[in-house]
Design a protein around this ligand. Structure first.
Ligand SMILES: Cc1ncc(COP(=O)(O)O)c(C=O)c1O
Length: 386
């Protein structure tokens, strides 16, 4: 694409931003530059590419594309969502403090609590939808407020602009894991966040065939630091995975629209079903975060949690599904359903699970883009025998 993308719509940018036709052939699709190094024409003369841990055109196209969609100054792509998070946390030093949503992804909790605390970083775990809890946890040593919204799997919504106000008034920065919403529905930097994280493994790639992560910064200083860490730590996204995620993003808008249409219908079915004790979906008018979600995002997404009352009921329901796939992860074209207590959140101690509200009967579903009638029929059949 030639020129500035500023005035273009989301899907036009998703398809074109960062993706100039290949200079050698004019290839419309960014090629997979599967190389580890680049030739120097003569000593000291090269095309700006020296070694592929540091520069790779396929990865750069993806990084520019995600930065454009999130409205950041630069993006960096990593080998996983966790390595994007690890890079972000290099902005916090020994003796400094982070205020973190208590309901973050289990792997994020494991990394912060079991690894970073060994290096002298400290964490306060707060119920972030209550901004008062964030405010009370702030200390003179707090450098970062870290939230997911909506959270996983309790589907709680945090006020991004409110959290940014608190962080900034204490000289700290705000990071938002935007994996669940994707920039199609929610752009945290527009609400004053400083960093956006993605597990590109999920909706951005969208096809359950790549593990990756991205980190988008708002300031040039932060972006420069992340480039330095990326080349030093080396947890880069491969050229092939960069290609896959770029390709996935081209259909992000149409996929997210369909995910949401299906999710709303699944949430309605679950809500009406006598065997379902409770349903958490921000698109339901009685969800406590419904109005806030409408204000800060343009959609409600595809993640739903519901409770069948006991692990036995959850097991017999899950074992009878035929179209929905029992698997960890989320954000793929296929509907993925899981039991957080024993799968995604197994690394969270049982007492902590109970405190967070993760029950043994809880099920999380990431609604895919299959034919809705097939999803509803499968759910109904499995619920009837649960
Ligand atoms: C919200 C969220 N953030 C981060 C991650 C970590 O991403 P990855 O599995 O790509 O390392 C996950 C993984 O499930 C996630 O759900």
């Amino acid at each position: 694409m030639k020129g500035d993308t500023k005035n273009l719509g989301f899907s036009t940018r998703a398809i074109h931003a960062g993706q100039a036709p290949d200079p050698t052939t004019g290839s419309v699709t960014v090629p997979i530059y599967q190389t580890s190094t680049y030739i120097h024409e003569e000593l000291g003369v090269h095309k700006g590419y020296e070694y592929a841990r540091v520069q790779n055109p396929t990865r750069e196209a993806l990084q520019d594309n995600i930065a454009d969609l999130e409205g950041g100054i630069a993006g960096h792509a990593f080998a996983s969502g966790m390595s994007a998070i690890a890079t972000l946390l290099t902005t916090v030093k020994t003796g400094e403090h982070v205020v973190c949503s208590q309901n973050v992804y289990g792997g994020t909790y494991r990394f912060f609590h079991h690894i970073l605390e060994r290096y002298g970083l400290s964490f306060s775990w707060v119920n972030s939808p209550d901004l008062g809890e964030i405010e009370r946890a702030m200390t003179p040593k707090t450098r970062l407020v870290y939230i997911e919204t909506p959270t996983n799997p309790m589907i709680e919504v945090t006020d991004i602009a409110g959290a940014a106000r608190i962080a900034h008034s204490h000289g700290a920065k705000l990071a938002v894991d935007n994996t669940f919403m994707s920039p199609y529905f929610q752009r945290p930097l527009e609400h004053d966040a400083d960093f956006v994280i993605h597990s590109t493994t999920k909706f951005l790639n969208g096809h359950s065939d790549s593990i990756g992560g991205a980190l988008v910064a708002k300031s040039a200083d932060d972006a420069e630091w992340f480039s330095f860490v990326q080349k030093s730590e080396g947890a880069i996204l491969s050229p092939f995975d960069s290609f896959l995620v770029l390709r996935g993003i081209k259909t992000l808008g149409v996929r997210m629209d369909r995910h949401e249409i299906n999710a709303r219908a699944v949430a309605d079915l679950l809500k009406r079903h006598p065997k379902v004790r409770s349903v958490l979906y921000p698109g339901l008018a009685d969800h406590p975060g419904h109005d806030l979600q409408k204000r800060q995002a343009s959609g409600f997404g595809a993640l739903i949690a519901f409770d069948l009352g006991s692990e036995d009921a959850a097991r017999s329901f899950l074992n009878r599904l035929q179209v929905l796939s029992l698997a960890e992860s989320l954000g793929g074209v296929e509907t993925l359903i899981s039991h957080p207590a024993s799968m995604t959140h197994a690394s969270v101690p049982v007492e902590r699970q109970a405190k967070l509200g993760i029950t043994r009967g809880m099920i999380r579903v990431s609604v895919g883009i299959e034919d809705l009638n097939d999803l509803l029929a499968d759910l109904d059949r499995a619920l009837s025998v649960a």
